[in-house]
Design a protein. Sequence first.
Length: 391
Amino acid sequence: MNSKVSVAILGASGWMGKTHTMAYQSFPHFFGTSEGVASVDMLVTDDLSDQETLAQNAPGARIVADWKQAVEDPSIDLVDICLPDHLHYPVAKAALLAGKHVFCEKPLADTAAEARELADIAAQKGVVTRVGHAFPRNPVHHMAKEMIQAGEIGEIKLFKACQHIDMYGDPLVPYMWRANGDLAPTGIIGDTGSHVFSFMEFLVGPVKRLIADNFVVTPKRPVVDGLGFGEVPKLTGGEDWADITNPDGSNVMCQFANGARGLVDFSRVATGRKFMQSYEVYGTKGSLVYTYDEVNRLRFYSNEDAVGRRGFREIDVGPENETYKAFLPLPNFALGYNESKIIEAYEVIKSVATKTPMWPTFETGHHICQIVDACMTSSNEERWVDIPQSN
Ligand SMILES: NC(=O)c1ccc[n+]([C@@H]2O[C@H](COP(=O)([O-])OP(=O)(O)OC[C@H]3O[C@@H](n4cnc5c(N)ncnc54)[C@H](O)[C@@H]3O)[C@@H](O)[C@H]2O)c1
């Protein structure tokens, strides 16, 4: 394959659509072009009022309204899906069947069965796949993984994590597609839980069984168009009120295949928590602690330190890490969310150009959808749920 990868971005006017467009254009500044470049040739949006901005963001790209045009166009190599959740499965399936490489935002699908089908079609077609779990691509998490693999914290016994936002902390914040069980069937479980689960997969390994308590805090919200995340409208009294038909949050207890125990919680209703993400990994020889508030820093405790001198030490990932160094020559200048998406775009294009899959592929997406499925079943049926182990 030519090292220039022709990309179609579906859902181009949305948050992720714009972020992915930026990321494809930005990564050569940091990683060069020798492992492939992206040519953003098609933008798909159902919001054609945004055409002028889109044309500026990706000069020369065709702007179309129907995602099928991307799937059917023989010149497109990579279909990049930034659409609302319920469209991931049908669009990814059509793209895979057409022989396209597919990069799909999380959650990969609404059910594990759909995700399995996508991973199987991708394997049959021999195409490259990727799911948009970009948080673990921050180099600080590679440092954590390297330390775990090198045995620095011993055998992992306990994993704790959370991710909370306050998008729906105020009961008057309007209804949006994320709260609609038809458009986002798993709600916060697939939306935010899947990010926590991606850290579990990356750092600890597969989950064997779990029990979850999913909850809805505010059962109805006003319908008011045009507001952003967490914005509270001035209500006129004439609004329609829509039912919230998917979970606002969940508390989950789990057991990993390697015997470790997990305790995680996540929600969109944690008033005051603009973005709270953290994990703690406790092993037999030491522990690692991370919080997004210090986005490039790990806290490491080691039993090998002298008694009387033990305590958590702070380690900032810096330019000794090649990925960090691609952006910044000095430590503690902070790589953040958009850099993670730039790293992701670089890896996606490299994967397609060299036909080398990189984590997280649709196989990983399937594992994560299995955890999401298990949370839904467990909470609905109020019981522990076993997760079938696969490759
Ligand atoms: N990886 C991450 O950190 C991350 C962050 C945010 C969102 N996401 C995921 O990305 C996806 C998109 O989320 P978002 O925040 O960008 O949402 P968004 O609402 O900002 O954007 C979605 C876009 O899709 C467009 N759209 C909807 N139906 C369409 C159709 N049939 N054809 C063409 N365009 C259509 C909408 O007009 C909108 O512009 C979701 O699945 C979400 O879970 C991932």
